[in-house]
Design a protein around this ligand. Structure first.
Ligand code: HEM
Length: 449
């Protein structure tokens, strides 16, 4: 047998009934990291009595799954369950439907449009942080959620900060809290069963639907073309058949982009501010770069390109705390990966968190060193060693948007404030839910410069 691969890769021994599920759930990040260190780039887990789960952390195999053999896979069950909220939008649709929608929507996220959104990002942030009082203690995780919610409301619907929060932010939060509860339930009851929670969930979705359809219809009646994301999605036509989106498709895509686009970026910002508070020398260096480039004026979208250190701070923050810390897939058709046959229904987990802390590619992998990204470091890495936005046909459509948003928001904040962890703060730890949040939030004292 020497030199030949066994049909199953190795993996940690699990319990008789649950397999590795309980151990995974107790601490997914450490479990995935430990398992990868022990068993290598592909290992086999079992969740419950029957579900095979392949944990993959070999860049070559990641590329096969996300790119070259992507047709053999579909999104994992938990993402599919989001369909009850976001319908058949980009995140949840598959195959031809996904490709068709992606072609239609991609132009709205081109770099030249993102530059236009940059000004909205800056205005929203400046307006929000103008309320901060010198020396006060704030819930930074909540602040970052409010800012990114304000930014997506403005770039998508040209709405003001408060309007976006009350009209969409609040109902969306209610829907997501209930959706996460359903995801975590071992047997979520079908929605047609009239339990109290099912009723609450359906009502919350109905409320959000009403808001979105009203916005769409109001725009259609106005007859004016706007340059925000909604305007672009409404004007999008397929280049082959010339057809645009129905109102249901529009609703699904708006909901998808809204959902995919604000919590991830809010987490990236919270982690970045936290890391800077722990490394005052890096904060100082960032402040110096801002003083040199932006001077004392208001930041502008064009500054983005002139702030390499700020960009590297964000890349390094997303290396250590990737907001999307795991990509999940389900095998749709039997396929060979790394010499093993994966069967229809098997699951795959690929973790950015684990890959980004691999000592083979990153010196002092657990230390915050933004300078490591200098001199085209990213290009020197093999593909899929660093991939905070995923890859292949399902790569994050908002990647440039997110990077610009994180950098510009950070620049606005650091130009005016210095942030330190509040006294007697709990140890900040990541909480892997749908995205990687700081567990119990982060409180900081904001000092005006
Ligand atoms: C730091 C912030 C962000 C991170 C780390 C992030 C990460 C990701 C990742 C890893 C995926 C791929 C998931 C998979 O393959 O299963 C994804 C997909 C997606 N993201 Fe993002 N994202 C961020 C911000 C945004 C923003 C700002 C938007 C929109 C404004 C957005 C919209 C989407 C959409 C629509 C998809 C689905 C794309 C498709 O399947 O075609 N994301 N994101």
């Amino acid at each position: 047998m020497i030199g030949r691969k066994s049909s199953s890769p190795p993996g940690p021994k699990g319990k008789f009934f649950n397999g590795n599920l309980r151990e995974f759930q107790a601490d997914p990040l450490q479990f995935m990291r430990k398992t990868t260190e022990q068993f290598g780039g592909i290992s086999l887990l079992r969740f419950g009595p029957f579900q095979k789960v392949y944990l993959v952390n070999d860049p070559k195999l990641i590329k096969e799954i996300l790119v070259t053999k992507q047709k053999y896979f579909i999104k994992s069950n938990d993402i599919r369950s989001l369909k009850t909220v976001v319908g058949d939008g980009l995140l949840t649709s598959e195959k031809e439907k996904h490709m068709y929608q992606r072609r239609l929507i991609q132009p709205a996220f081109k770099k030249q449009h993102i530059i236009n959104y940059g000004q909205d990002m800056i205005e929203t942030t400046l307006q929000y942080i103008a309320k901060w009082q010198d020396g006060e203690e704030r819930d930074i995780t909540e602040d970052m959620m409010n800012i990114t919610l304000g930014i997506i409301s403005k770039t998508m619907f040209s709405m003001k900060l408060e309007e976006g929060h009350s009209m969409i932010g609040e109902p969306m939060e209610a829907v997501m809290t209930l959706a996460i509860k359903r995801m975590r339930a071992i047997f979520p009851l079908p929605l047609w069963i009239p339990t109290k929670e099912n009723q609450q969930f359906k009502n919350a979705i109905k409320k959000l639907d009403q808001v979105l359809y009203e916005i769409i219809e109001k725009r259609q009646n106005q007859g004016v073309e706007m340059e925000d994301l909604l305007g672009m999605l409404m004007a999008a036509r397929d280049e082959k058949d010339g057809i645009g989106m129905t109102n249901t498709q529009l609703r699904d895509e708006l909901m998808t982009i809204f959902l995919a686009g604000h919590e991830t970026t809010a987490n990236a910002l919270s982690w970045t501010l936290y890391l800077l508070s722990q490394h005052p020398d890096k904060e100082e260096k960032l402040k110096d770069e801002i003083s040199r480039v932006v001077l004392k004026r208001e930041p502008q979208a064009e500054d983005f390109m002139k702030l390499p250190f700020a960009q590297n701070v964000v890349w390094e923050s997303m290396r250590l705390f990737p907001p999307a810390y795991v990509v999940g897939r389900e095998v749709d058709r039997n396929v060979e990966i790394g010499g093993h046959t994966l069967k229809r229904g098997d699951m795959i987990l690929i973790s950015q968190y684990v890959m980004h802390r691999n000592a083979e590619y990153f010196e002092n992998p657990d230390t915050f060193i933004p300078e490591r990204f200098e001199n085209n470091f990213m290009r020197s890495l093999p593909p899929y060693v660093y991939f905070p936005f995923g890859g292949g046909p399902r790569v994050c459509i908002g990647n440039h948007f997110a990077l610009m948003e994180t950098v510009l928001t950070l620049v606005c904040i650091i130009q005016q404030y210095s942030l330190r962890l509040a006294p007697k703060h709990h140890t900040v730890k990541p909480q892997p839910l749908i995205t990687l949040r700081p567990k119990h939030g982060i409180r900081m004292v904001v000092k005006k410069r």
